[in-house]
Design a protein around this ligand. Structure first.
Ligand code: BG6
Length: 475
C-alpha cells in the first residue's frame, strides 16, 4: 500500500523565519522584525524600535534571501513535489498602504518561484504568515480595522495577478485560529497574528472577537478575488489544530474535551459553510461582544468558501474539569498527558492524534485536506565526524506518516499532501530560537547570531528522500 503518485510530498517555510535581508530590496519593517529572540520559558519581547543591543532573529535568519537556489536544489534532491512558502507583505507593500507595489519585492518572489518550477516543485503560497507591515499596525490599528482588510485584499490581488500561471494553490492565512475570546492567550500569539500584545489590550474579549472576525472576513473576500483572477486557482486556509482528550471517562471531562477541541473550528465553519456561525454569535451576545456584520459581509461568506483545508499538527492536549493550575504545563493550557512523551520544548508527541484529527476534520466537511505543517523541534548536535544523527526526528516522522497513511488508505480521508515543517533549520516562531531545529538540513547559525550559514544534510534527509521515492510504501 502506498500513497497516490501525485501526492504532494514536501515542506513548509515562512518568510520571516528564514529569508533574513530584512531591510534589503526595499522591504519595509514587519511586526516580526521588532520581535526579539527568547527561549523556552523566557518569552520573546516586542520593542517599539530596533534597539542596537537586542537580537532580532528575522533580520538575518538563515539568509534564504541570498541562498534560495542552494536550498531549493537540496529540496529537489530530496524529491520534493511541493513547497509551501509565504510572501512577506512588507516586501511588496513596504508601508502597507503604498500606492504601488515594490518591484524589487515582486522580482524576488519571481526568482524563487521560477527556481522551484525549474526543479518541478509546486509552489503553494501563503498570503499571510505573521508578516504584517508595521505601518498597518501603527496607522490602521492592525486587523481591528476594516481598512486593513482592504489593504490585505489589495496585496492579495497584486500578488495573485503577478504570479498568475506560475502559482495555482493559494493559502489565505496561516493559523488565525489561536485567538478566541473564551480563553486567555499569550502575548506571543496575539503579537504574531496582529502585532498587538494581549496583556496591553483594554477590552480583551471584544478585541479578540473583532480580530478573529475581521481576519475571517478578509479570508473569504480573498477567496473570491483569487478565483476571479484565475478560475483554475485553488484556495485554502491553514489552521493549527490540536485534539483534546478527556482526562477521565467522566461525562463532564468528555464534554469539556469536545468544547476545547471544537473551539478552534468556528473560523473553519465560517469559511466552509457559507456563513459566520450562529452559535458563535450567540456566545458573543451572551458575553456582550458586538460585531458589525453587514449585508455585504454575509454575501462574502457565501461566495468565499474554501477549496481545501490546510492542517498544522504538532500535538494533542488533555481536558479535565478538575484541572489543577499547576498541572497545566502543556501548550494551550491543557493538562499533561502521562501516556505521551514530550519534545524538549514540552510539546506532546502523539502520532495517533494526527489520524484522529484528519478523520475529525474530514468527516466534518468532506473537502480535500493537506498537512501543511508537522515536525519535531529538537536540539541537534554535530558529531565528531561531521554528521547529524537525528534518529529521534526520523522516529517522529515515521510514526506520524504511518498514521497519515492509515487515515488515507484505511479511513478514506482525502488528503493530497504532506508538507513537513520546516525542512531546513529556521527561526522558531514562538521562541525566536535557532536552537529549536526542525530541518532535514542543518544550518550553521546559532542563537548568539554566530555561524557561517553552511548547510549540512542530516540523517533524516536521506530517510525522507527514500520515503518520497518509495511513495511511503515502507511505512
Ligand atoms: C506553527 C507556525 O504554528 O508552528 C510556524 O505556523 C511555526 O510558523 C511552527 O514555526 C512551529 O512552531 P515553533 O514555535 O516551534 O517555531
Amino acid at each position: 500500500m502506498k500513497f497516490e503518485k501525485d501526492f504532494l510530498w514536501g515542506g513548509s517555510i515562512a518568510a520571516h523565519q528564514l529569508e533574513g535581508a530584512y531591510n534589503e530590496g526595499g522591504k519595509g519593517l514587519n511586526t516580526m522584525d521588532l520581535f526579539t529572540s527568547g527561549s523556552y520559558g523566557s518569552p520573546r519581547q516586542v520593542t517599539a524600535t530596533i534597539e542596537p543591543d537586542r537580537h532580532y532573529p528575522s533580520h538575518t535568519a538563515i539568509d534564504f534571501y541570498h541562498r534560495y537556489k542552494e536550498d531549493i536544489a537540496l529540496f529537489a534532491d530530496m524529491g520534493f513535489k511541493a513547497l509551501r512558502l509565504s510572501i512577506d507583505w512588507a516586501r511588496i507593500f513596504p508601508n502597507g498602504d503604498d500606492a504601488e507595489p515594490n518591484q524589487a519585492g515582486l522580482d524576488f518572489y519571481h526568482r524563487v518561484i521560477d527556481e522551484l518550477k525549474k526543479h518541478e516543485i509546486e509552489p503553494i503560497v501563503t498570503l499571510f504568515h505573521f508578516e504584517l507591515p508595521m505601518g498597518i499596525v501603527e496607522r490602521y490599528d492592525s486587523w481591528l480595522s476594516r481598512e486593513t482588510i482592504d489593504l490585505y485584499l489589495k496585496f492579495v490581488k497584486t500578488v495573485v495577478t503577478e504570479y498568475q500561471g506560475k502559482v495555482s494553490r493559494w493559502v489565505t492565512f496561516n493559523e488565525m485560529n489561536h485567538i478566541d475570546p473564551q480563553t486567555d492567550v499569550s502575548d506571543v500569539f496575539t503579537y504574531i497574528l496582529a502585532g498587538l500584545e494581549y496583556s496591553q489590550m483594554t477590552n480583551k474579549k471584544q478585541t479578540l472577537a473583532t480580530l478573529g472576525y475581521n481576519m475571517t472576513l478578509a479570508s473569504v473576500k480573498a477567496v473570491k478575488i483569487i478565483r476571479e483572477i484565475d478560475s483554475q486557482n485553488q484556495v485554502g486556509c491553514v489552521f493549527g489544530l490540536a485534539p483534546y482528550y478527556p482526562k477521565t471517562c467522566k461525562p463532564q471531562d468528555a464534554l469539556l474535551a469536545f468544547q476545547d477541541t471544537i473551539r478552534d473550528f468556528y473560523q473553519i465553519d465560517a469559511m466552509m459553510l457559507g456563513e459566520f456561525p450562529k452559535y458563535k454569535l450567540f456566545e458573543y451576545k451572551k458575553a456582550g461582544i458586538q460585531l458589525e456584520i453587514t449585508e455585504e459581509d454575509r454575501l462574502a461568506f457565501k461566495e468565499g468558501t474554501l477549496d481545501f483545508i490546510g492542517l498544522n499538527y504538532y500535538m494533542s492536549a488533555v481536558s479535565s474539569v478538575e484541572s489543577d493550575e499547576k498541572e497545566q504545563e502543556a501548550m494551550f493550557g491543557g493538562e499533561v498527558n502521562p501516556y505521551l512523551e514530550k519534545s524538549d520544548w514540552g510539546w506532546t508527541i502523539d502520532p495517533e492524534g494526527l489520524r484522529y484529527l484528519l478523520n475529525f476534520v474530514y468527516r466534518k466537511y468532506q473537502k480535500p485536506l493537506i498537512i501543511c505543517e508537522n515536525g519535531l523541534g529538537a536540539v541537534d548536535e554535530i558529531s565528531a565526524n561531521g554528521e547529524i544523527q537525528d534518529d529521534y526526528r526520523i522516529d517522529y516522522l515515521q510514526k506520524h506518516l504511518t498514521q497519515l497513511k492509515k487515515a488515507v488508505v484505511e479511513d478514506g480521508v482525502e488528503c493530497f499532501g504532506y508538507l513537513m515543517w520546516g525542512p531546513i533549520d529556521l527561526v522558531s516562531a514562538s521562541t525566536g530560537e535557532m536552537k529549536k531545529r526542525y530541518g532535514f538540513i542543518y544550518v550553521d547559525k546559532h542563537d548568539d547570531g554566530s555561524g557561517d550559514l553552511t548547510r549540512i544534510p542530516k540523517k533524516s534527509y536521506s530517510w525522507y528522500q527514500e520515503m518520497i521515492a518509495s511513495g511511503g510504501e515502507n511505512l
